[in-house]
Write a protein that binds this ligand. Structure first.
Ligand code: ATP
Ligand code: MG
Ligand code: MG
Length: 386
């Protein structure tokens, strides 16, 4: 299994969990990231990693020299450099640089999805001026969401324009970034589906899950989503259709809004492992990380590999965010470690309030039982689950 070396652009927690999955299959990985102690580098001492940036052509060239396949754990990479390196060296890149180029610009992504008849919230490119925003407000109505087209993550490129009086503040907040406006989606739930695309362009979906964001950051995931079977299926069909419209192999996270009347809108796609797929490590036949490694190296993806481990499997994933007091989040981890059916994953990062430090997967035979365990872990109940 160790014939192909995989290069990963980015060395955060997603890279770390990709390295773990690859390690188990004797597939060697090389990580391109600044600093010698990046989370993904900490757990692979076999390779000499690259200390550099995934936006720098020369650093990407150095990585390509050591690898057969390049992949990403973050979309904000230098896609022109990836195209050039692919052409010059013949290194494989998954997903394709063209896919990454479209997806990393959220507005280009929206235009692409529209072309393929994927339902999205109405989106309009807008200049960073007050008159332009006021005219968009007339068109889309208030509130609307103002978003940065590029470099967006964890809601840091978003601003809710509640009414006319917030336009000025919105412009100050998103100062100088390329912008587009999105019609408000009055969702009842947010759903997500992990989709994996093989080298021979087959597309497989994981179960539909329910995500709860707090301050725009993914906080809790319920798997499977608490929706009826039709919505469960329709969300997977939509996610597969969206991913099928892109090129290149690998795992994709597809975020969706469920509207009143059970209508689905696609919010955005991540061309990489995704926070909403962490539950797969403990609750599915194959984790999203292993699925990605299999997909990009051409390993088999047998029947049912994206299924929940058993028909009764239920899971909750809780993100461990840096607490306000130093290492306060460790309390949460200790409580999780003290009960059955909870697994703690820490990412080897230094703590900062609100930073994603790790996650906890709770797996059981019913969602009620998962919720009881969650309540204990969060200190909302003192009754120790058995
Ligand atoms: P990430 O990549 O970390 O998921 P992001 O910075 O790309 O986040 P979005 O996914 O665009 O941000 O938005 C973050 C959250 O803001 C969404 O999960 C949703 O809760 C809310 N949101 C985004 N767009 C809309 C919209 N059009 N209407 C209502 N809420 C929205
Ligand atoms: Mg995003
Ligand atoms: Mg998002």
């Amino acid at each position: 299994m160790d014939s192909k070396v995989v290069g990963i652009l980015g060395g955060g927690q997603l890279g770390r969990m990709l390295v773990e999955a690859a390690n188990r299959l004797n597939i060697n990985t090389v990580v391109l990231e600044k600093g010698e102690l990046a989370p993904a580098k900490q757990i692979n001492a076999i390779s000499e990693h690259i200390d550099g940036s995934f936006t720098n052509l020369d650093d990407i060239k150095k990585l390509a020299k050591k690898c057969d396949v390049l992949t990403v754990e973050i979309e904000h990479v230098n896609t022109d450099a990836l195209k050039q390196v692919q052409k010059e060296t013949g290194v494989e890149v998954h997903p394709s640089p063209e896919t990454l180029e479209i997806i990393k610009d959220k507005f280009a992504q929206k235009e692409h999805l529209l072309k393929y008849n994927i339902p999205i919230a109405e989106s309009v490119s807008v200049e960073s001026t007050e008159p332009a925003l006021l005219s968009v407000g007339e068109k889309l109505g208030y509130p609307f969401m103002l978003k940065s087209k590029t470099e967006a993550y964890d809601g840091r490129g978003n601003f809710v324009v509640k009414d006319k009086s917030h336009v000025k503040e919105a412009l100050e907040f998103l100062n100088d970034r390329p912008l587009y406006a999105e019609k408000w989606a009055p969702f009842t739930k947010e759903l997500a589906v992990m989709v994996v695309r093989s080298l021979d362009n087959k597309v497989y979906s994981y179960p539909t899950v329910e995500t709860v964001q707090q301050n725009n950051i993914c906080h809790i995931v319920y798997a499977p989503a608490r929706v009826n079977d039709t919505v469960q299926e329709e969300a997977q069909v939509l996610a597969r259709k969206a991913v099928a419209s892109f090129t290149g192999a690998g795992i994709f996270g597809v975020e969706m809004f469920l509207l009143p009347g059970n209508k689905l809108l696609l919010n955005e796609i991540a061309p990489r492992p995704h926070n909403s797929g962490h539950y797969t490590i403990d609750a599915c036949v194959t984790s999203q990380f292993e699925a990605h490694i299999r997909a990009i190296t051409g390993l088999p993806m047998p029947k049912g590999f994206t299924c929940l481990s058993t028909p009764d499997t239920h899971a909750i994933m809780l993100n461990i965010l840096g607490a306000d007091k130093p290492n306060g989040e460790i309390e949460l981890c200790k409580r999780a470690l003290s009960i059955p059916n909870a697994s703690v994953y820490l990412y080897g990062k230094s703590t900062r309030p609100g930073r994603k430090m790790g996650h906890i997967n709770i797996v059981s035979e019913s969602m009620d039982d998962c919720e009881r365990r969650l309540a204990y872990i969060r200190g909302e109940s003192e009754k120790t689950p058995e």
